[in-house]
Design a protein around this ligand. Structure first.
Ligand code: ATP
Ligand code: MG
Ligand code: FE
Length: 355
């Protein structure tokens, strides 16, 4: 089965063709980063307009690279939630149009489920034999809009349970907001990651607290880390420069990464599941990958990390999740509506505050 995936939930216009085994036949991602960079974050209205301009060429290119015509696909998967409504509508409209004209089934995919299953994608020869987790596994999803731990018993919505999530900012949001405070531009994750590599966290560790580090809870809180950096910048009167900037980035990253690693390992222990999967844009972070590998090796937990291209937003993960739905006999009709919220059950209330 070859499924076309379409993703427009936020600031990437993406299309891909993937088989139900996860083999990526094509994967096109057109980022809008430059359009949003001057504003230091995603502007919904700009996102919708940019998606509308890019969607047809991006889909054409994904099909062309897979050497296929629209009628050659076995189904059309599209991100229907969660995301910006106007942005989602562009992908949904394109998917519905293609489904209607080709007569191929349409399946809506929850973007977060796409992230959770991205580890199964196979890009080219190099990944053909890469190990994949067996079910159940613990997934740490850390992205720009979400941060949570899940127990995944099977690749379908009803078999995925949230174990704990962030009560305030997502990890990626913390990276982006902190980078903005430090004048490092948008998106912040990759820049902070690069600077952190040349910094010494111990030289700035008193500036940045370790959020919820010693609690048994599987919930996260990242707004305090960002506020600590904000207070530090206010005290200095300006953002630090040179080595001091690198040290601060290293301390910030060590704090965020340390919490993500501790809670993921705790979740694996609590659930008695010795398999952890990383997912979402923050899983591209080199510090997180390294610390997680060390912790898992120590605790005899098997760690599965998607390639960089599979961590950040892409349509291949949407095509794959959609292919599994189609293979299970599921499909949606043309009445499929977008939603700002994930369909995954939540156990953590946002903004609940820390007790
Ligand atoms: P969501 O998936 O929650 O809807 P999103 O789709 O915008 O949000 P992703 O594309 O999965 O999020 O991830 C983008 C986020 O990942 C941004 O916040 C970005 O700063 C962060 N990110 C990307 N690369 C890195 C990195 N190397 N280190 C840390 N963070 C990173
Ligand atoms: Mg994005
Ligand atoms: Fe995402």
């Amino acid at each position: 089965m070859r499924v076309l995936g379409i993703e427009t939930s936020c600031d990437e216009t993406a299309a891909a063709v993937v088989t139900e085994e996860g083999v990526v036949l094509s994967d096109v991602v057109r980022s809008q980063v430059e359009a949003h960079a001057p504003y230091g974050g995603v502007v919904p209205e700009i996102a919708s307009r940019d998606h509308a301009r890019a969607i047809v060429p991006v889909i054409r290119e994904a099909l062309a690279r897979a050497e296929m015509k629209p009628g050659d696909v076995d189904g059309i998967a599209v991100t229907s939630r969660p995301g910006l409504l106007g942005a989602l509508l562009v992908g949904l409209s394109a998917a519905k149009g293609l489904s209607f004209t080709t007569g191929k089934p349409l399946v809506g995919v929850d973007h977060l489920v796409g992230h959770l299953l991205a580890v199964f994608l196979r890009r080219g020869e190099a990944e053909a034999a890469a190990p994949v987790p067996s079910y159940p596994f613990i997934a740490l999803l850390a992205s720009g809009g979400h941060t949570a731990l899940y127990r995944v018993d099977a690749p379908r919505l009803s078999s995925i349970r949230e174990l704990g999530a962030t009560r305030d900012d997502a990890a990626g949001e913390a990276f982006d907001k902190t980078a903005k405070l430090l004048g490092l531009g948008y998106p912040g994750g990759p820049v902070v990651d690069r600077l952190a590599a040349t910094g010494d966290a111990s030289r700035a560790k008193d500036v940045v607290p370790r959020p919820l580090a010693h609690r048994e809870s599987l919930e996260f809180s990242f707004s305090g880390v960002k506020s600590a950096v904000m207070r530090h910048v206010a005290t200095l009167g300006k953002a630090p420069e040179g080595q001091a900037l690198a040290d601060l980035c290293a301390a910030f990253q060590a704090s965020v990464v340390g919490t993500l690693v501790d809670k993921a390992v705790r979740a694996a222990k609590v659930e008695g599941v010795p398999r952890i999967v990383l997912a979402g844009g923050v899983a591209a972070n080199r510090g997180l990958r390294a610390r997680m590998a060390e912790a898992c090796a120590r605790q005899k937990i098997a760690l599965f990390v998607p390639s960089f291209a599979s961590c950040t937003d892409n349509a291949a993960m949407i095509a794959y999740a959609g292919a599994l739905r189609l293979a299970a006999g599921e499909a949606d009709d043309l009445a499929l509506e977008p939603s700002t919220k994930t369909a995954l059950p939540r156990v953590t209330r946002k903004g609940a505050g820390l007790r």
